[in-house]
Design a protein around this ligand. Structure first.
Ligand SMILES: [Mg+2]
Length: 225
């Protein structure tokens, strides 16, 4: 894999994704691929196999859209109380290894640090209550506030108006290549792909962006540091 070395003196703003980047996506995968089909099968009195098939089909139709991340949408569509079901597997919400030292180092440096997520307000609140990461940011933005998903090129000017970052001096770390591609098109200077979003899957490195599976490779250094 490549080991991104970043010119930290050139970087003023750091934008960080949440699920699959700072937090282990094992939680989200387990929730959507195991928990939801299980309760969907019960609710609709069908086999688990049929429930897996129907939920997967519904997911595929909404990938990359804001609906995909909207728990109210899924509650209506699947006729399940999705936020309540999330509590069933909330013990799986984990900060990825080496993330907290990375966030601490950013906090101690000159950088403005922003959490920028597609997570819905309820998911965000659940994850903030289950992990300490919320203490490390200058701002937290859910794309639902801005009305566009991060994969959408129109998201990026809206975010710039919202948190006032300077694209050429901004770093984004995200596990989604479509998101990194949209951010690159808007002119973000530094893009890093997180290659190991889930602790239960092997890393898959990007062919298009500097890519790492470990935040210790990204530890910031100040001038002379
Ligand atoms: Mg992500």
């Amino acid at each position: 894999m490549n080991n991104p070395s970043l010119p930290w003196q050139e970087i003023h703003h750091v934008l960080l994704d949440m699920d699959g980047t700072l937090l282990d996506r094992h939680f989200d995968d387990t929730f959507f691929l195991e928990t939801v089909p299980h309760f969907y099968a019960q609710r609709h009195a069908i086999s688990l196999e049929e429930a897996r098939h129907r939920t997967m089909e519904a997911y595929m139709q909404n990938q990359g859209t804001l609906e995909w991340y909207d728990l109210d949408y899924w509650s209506r569509k699947l006729e399940l109380d999705i936020p309540l079901l999330k509590e069933h597997v909330a013990h799986l919400i984990q900060v990825r290894p080496t993330v907290l030292p990375f966030l601490q180092a950013l906090r101690e440096g000159p950088w403005r640090v922003h959490l920028v997520t597609n997570a819905h307000a309820q998911s965000l609140a659940l994850k903030m209550s289950r992990t300490p990461i919320g203490n490390y940011f200058d701002s937290i933005t859910s794309s639902h506030e801005l009305g566009r998903a991060k994969e959408d090129p129109l998201f990026w000017p809206l975010l710039q108006d919202h948190i006032n970052f300077d694209p050429p001096h901004t770093l984004l770390v995200d596990d989604s290549e479509p998101v990194l591609t949209a951010a690159a098109a808007f002119g973000l200077g530094y893009l890093v792909h997180m290659a190991a979003p889930s602790s239960s899957l092997p890393p898959v490195y990007s062919q298009h962006f500097p890519s790492t599976s470990d935040f210790s490779c990204l530890m910031p250094v100040t001038k002379g540091g």
